[in-house]
Design a protein around this ligand. Structure first.
Ligand code: PGA
Length: 254
């Protein structure tokens, strides 16, 4: 819940410029990283227009959440169809703030995941544990429950191209990033839990990602991408993060 009409347009314009600038040129090796911009609902149309006018390869639109219902008397809610209508290709589902602050349950997150798929949006399923759960040694169990609810609703075949973001709640917005080793351990576990879905799943890490820790996180075998909150509000820093992410992927591919 950041920004204004004016600041968001500026941010996208600056980002496109920074992505193409000599220092951060993420396209240097013919790469077009997939970058999804997820502004608040009310700014989706303007951000979509700004992206069209300042296009950069691989830059697409996503939303931060959606309703589990298709349409009807659900005042204040926004459906998957509406998001597609506005040009979204992706949507975050079950972000920890939706779960912990706004009370979304695992079952509701699974319904939202299903609604997104039904509208051909790519849901980015966010999972992660609290500090207490980590200290209690229940990280894997918590994440398994979060994944199982979605598997029970849509089945493994529908998860064949799933995008899952591991975001330890204690790392979000706190400056306490998980170490690359901590993140890799959980990612490897998520990969194992989703093995029946095939090998096209993409696993993102989120939680205090910045330009200084991206390369190390992205160098981990099971980290395919990142989900950036606070650092994405600064175009230069976000472009630098994208450059580090692309460079790390290139190394892994070689
Ligand atoms: P952060 O946020 O990068 O500011 O920690 C991550 C998120 O909100 O998903």
């Amino acid at each position: 819940m950041n920004g204004s009409r004016r600041s968001n347009i500026r941010l996208v314009q600056d980002l496109v410029k920074a992505l193409r600038s000599a220092e951060t040129d993420v396209y240097a090796n013919g790469n077009a990283p997939q970058i999804v911009i997820c502004p608040p609902f009310v700014y989706l149309t303007e951000v979509a227009d700004t992206l069209r006018a300042n296009s950069a390869p691989g830059l697409v639109l996503g939303a931060q959440t959606l309703s589990e219902f298709d349409e009807g008397a659900f005042t204040g809610e926004v459906s998957a169809f509406m998001l597609v209508d506005l040009g979204c290709e992706y949507v975050l589902v079950g972000h920890s703030e939706r779960r912990t602050v706004l009370g979304e349950t695992n079952a509701q997150v699974a319904e939202k995941y299903h609604a997104a798929l039904a509208a051909s949006l790519v849901p980015v399923l966010c999972v992660g544990e609290t500090r207490q759960q980590r200290d209690d040694g229940t990280t894997f169990a918590v994440i398994e429950e979060q994944l199982d609810a979605v598997v029970a609703k849509v089945g493994f075949d529908k998860l064949s191209s799933a995008v899952v973001a591991y975001e330890p709640i204690w790392a979000i917005g706190t400056g306490n990033t998980a170490t690359a080793e901590q993140a890799q351990k959980v990612h490897a576990h998520i990969r194992k839990c989703l093995s029946k879905a095939g090998d096209n799943t993409r696993l993102l890490y989120g939680g205090s990602v910045n330009a200084n820790n991206t390369a190390e996180l992205m160098a981990q075998a099971d980290i395919d991408g990142i989900l950036v909150g606070g650092a994405s509000l600064d175009a230069e820093q976000f472009a630098a993060i994208c450059r580090h992410a692309v460079a790390a992927e290139n190394v892994l591919q070689r």
